[in-house]
Design a protein around this ligand. Structure first.
Ligand SMILES: [Zn+2]
Length: 256
């Protein structure tokens, strides 16, 4: 089941304004599909748990982890507007329209700074914001660049995932020019190769996507990919000069 956690309050790292973000307390993904490029599609797309967002106040993009977390907003009392006046509160109590839990909530709520209560929700980024974040070199780290470039790679591959009966593929964005997409994959390949323990399968998938099939085969054989079903599929595709992504697994449901 998907339910929401209490919103946390943050300070926007760009303007210092109070912003909030709804977190997911738990999440349920129905019909999760995993793809050879690492993309996971589901009815509730994991992209909704983004690592960055747009400040509703200054409209600038920022990484969530750069925003100082100053606390969590407690539960808002159900009859907030009614208990502002002491007489109304007395009356509600008298009429037994307030239980102990509500009274407790009100006591807590009263002590919360007004800026917290008025904090606006951080806006979810859209696909074009991935490029904007890449251009913000001041806040970019190798990990963040990998995060962004991986998503751009997945977006560029999305048209290969399209299936009219498939409602899980929500990223239909084919506006990335081929040259830009290839440049992105090349840079992603370099970044992932430089990691301490590179994931050779992903590297092989990038090479296959770039049409560098011999190098992809070499990489796959170096990790004995022919001994696994998914590895064999990737090898077969590389040998057939097929650069398309493929489905690696499909789960019925997964709780987070
Ligand atoms: Zn801001």
């Amino acid at each position: 089941m998907t339910r929401f956690a209490n919103p946390s309050i943050y300070l926007c790292p760009k303007c210092g304004g109070y912003v909030t973000r709804r977190g997911f307390a738990s999440m349920n993904f129905m019909g999760m599909k995993r793809w050879s490029d690492g993309y996971v599609s589901a009815f509730l797309v994991p992209s909704s748990i983004s690592s960055f967002g747009r400040c509703p106040l200054c409209k600038q993009l920022f990484w969530h982890e750069d925003a100082e977390d100053i606390g969590m907003l407690p539960d808002r009392p159900a009859r907030e507007a009614e208990w502002r006046g002491p007489f109304r509160l007395w009356l509600l109590r008298k009429l037994r329209m307030l239980d102990e839990r509500e009274i407790e909530k009100m006591e807590v709520w009263k002590c919360i700074p007004i800026e917290w209560k008025n904090a606006s929700v951080i806006k979810h980024p859209d696909n074009t914001d991935l490029w904007a974040m890449l251009a913000d070199t001041e806040s970019l780290t190798p990990e963040r660049e990998i995060f962004l470039r991986e998503r751009l790679w997945w977006l560029a591959n999305d048209h290969q995932r399209r299936d009219p009966s498939d409602k899980t593929a929500q990223w239909h964005w084919s506006e990335i020019p081929v040259e830009k997409s290839r440049e992105n994959m090349q840079r992603l390949f370099d970044l992932l190769s430089a990691e301490d323990q590179p994931d050779f399968f992903t590297l092989a998938e990038i090479l296959r996507g770039l049409g560098r099939f011999d190098e992809a085969i070499e990489k796959l054989l170096s990790i004995k990919a022919d001994q696994s079903e998914v590895g064999m599929k990737a090898l077969e595709r590389a040998r057939a000069s097929d650069s398309r992504v493929f489905l690696t697994s499909q789960d019925k449901s997964l709780d987070w």
